[in-house]
Ligand binder design. Structure first.
Ligand code: 1CP
Length: 350
């Protein structure tokens, strides 16, 4: 068993006391880093970065060389599953993801193949082995997948959309098609996360970025139930049961209590609610992760320090806090401000 030099994240996830709270940033490897942009240009496109384990490893490590982060996150994407199912994914420079084919009917859903993770997504597993070899226990590695609902949004729309109206329409017009798709994605996601855990990730995170587009009732029936199935299966399997799970549903704070009952170890929270109110609602049942506004990183190091201190002081001495942004870091974020955020967290309260 690997001995970790930095156990803050794993301790916080168990709601054990830590010297100072752990901090990492969603999308910490990405376009705000000049070394990422340069490697992406060399690689030609984003998918090549994901599919070449050496490059995915390098990109994963880039932010850790610059900043004193308490975790690494696997460089990959939530859309690797529909890509492996044959929908024909591409990313054009400066644009979002685009699929050649999208899902509209039951026939489309039935035609989707059952994933063989070890074959279809072997490049992700190889990246995990390689990253762990480089990290050598310095910090834990977070693996991830999209929630079935969030991945379905892209598959139905055929790419990104400002409010994923076609996926939301399907919930009313053809719920049986949406349900069949979500069930297929749930099975694939369980196998995918299990594969990542067996390959060596230390924590897994479910990104439900578009859960907040659903009504509370539909959030329950089209997003949360499938995440609950994934969590229950991972927790019931001896080979995956000890790996902590973080669940992040963006814009869905209204559903916090239900999320906390899902069996996860931690909940990601965005900046629409303050962390101490979130804690009052869910109690000590789960660890909380968040929730600074990514736009704060466009202010000054002084303002960032004040915001971090206020978050830490309001939280107090309770265990179970992971400092992060409430969503991914933005493209033109100044690097010295990222540095200031991390330093302020590691200074602790005061
Ligand atoms: O270079 C580029 O142009 C690609 C930009 C990029 C990056 C850096 C994409 C395309 N994906 C990623 C990496 C990525 N995606 C990670 C890596 C690990 C990290 O450093 O955090 C992770 C965890 C994701 C997850 C992801 N992909 C989510 C969930 C998290 C979130 O930000 O909400 C979503 C919604 C996606 C889809 C996706 N992939 C890429 C883009 C630009 C998008 C979003 C499209 C949209 O806004 O609809």
């Amino acid at each position: 068993m690997t001995l970790y030099n930095n156990t803050r994240l794993l301790q916080a996830l168990k709601r054990q006391p830590v010297d100072v709270p752990p901090v990492w940033l969603m999308r910490q490897a990405g376009r705000y880093l000049p070394e990422y942009r340069s490697l992406r240009t060399k690689a030609g496109d984003f998918l090549t970065l994901c599919q070449t384990p050496q490059l995915a490893t390098e990109v994963t490590l880039q932010p850790l060389r610059r900043f004193d982060l308490d975790a690494a996150i696997l460089f990959s994407d939530i859309l690797t599953i529909p890509h492996a199912m044959g929908l024909g994914l591409s990313f054009q420079e400066g644009e979002g993801p685009q699929f050649e084919r999208h899902i509209e009917t039951m026939r489309d859903v039935k035609a989707l193949p059952i994933l063989e993770v070890e074959e279809d997504l072997n490049y992700v597993l190889d990246a995990v082995y390689m990253i762990q070899e480089e990290l050598r226990g310095s910090v834990p590695l977070i693996g991830f997948a999209g929630s079935p609902w969030t991945v379905a949004c892209y598959m139905i729309e055929g790419g990104s959309h400002k409010n994923f109206i076609n996926a939301r329409k399907m919930a009313y017009q053809a719920p049986e098609v949406l349900t069949a798709l979500l069930e297929k994605l749930t099975i694939a996601t369980i196998a995918y996360l299990k594969g990542q855990i067996l390959a060596g990730v230390n924590v897994v995170m479910l990104f439900d970025t578009w859960g907040g587009l659903l009504t509370p009732e539909y959030y329950q029936s089209f997003s949360l139930v499938y995440m609950q199935k994934i969590i229950a299966r991972l927790k019931a399997d001896a080979s995956t049961a000890n790996t902590p799970i973080i669940l992040f549903s963006k814009g869905a704070a209204v559903n916090l209590e239900a999320m906390a009952d899902s069996g996860v170890d931690a909940l990601g929270v965005d900046w629409s609610i303050d962390l101490s109110s979130a804690r009052k609602r869910v109690g000590a049942k789960v660890c909380l992760q968040g929730n600074l506004d990514p736009a704060l990183l466009f202010s000054t190091p002084e303002k960032i320090r004040v915001a971090v201190k206020s978050l830490l002081n309001e939280w107090g001495a309770h265990p179970g806090l992971i400092v992060n942004l409430g969503h991914g870091i933005e493209q033109h974020t100044p690097l010295e401000n990222v540095q200031a955020l991390i330093a302020a967290v590691h200074e602790g309260r005061g």
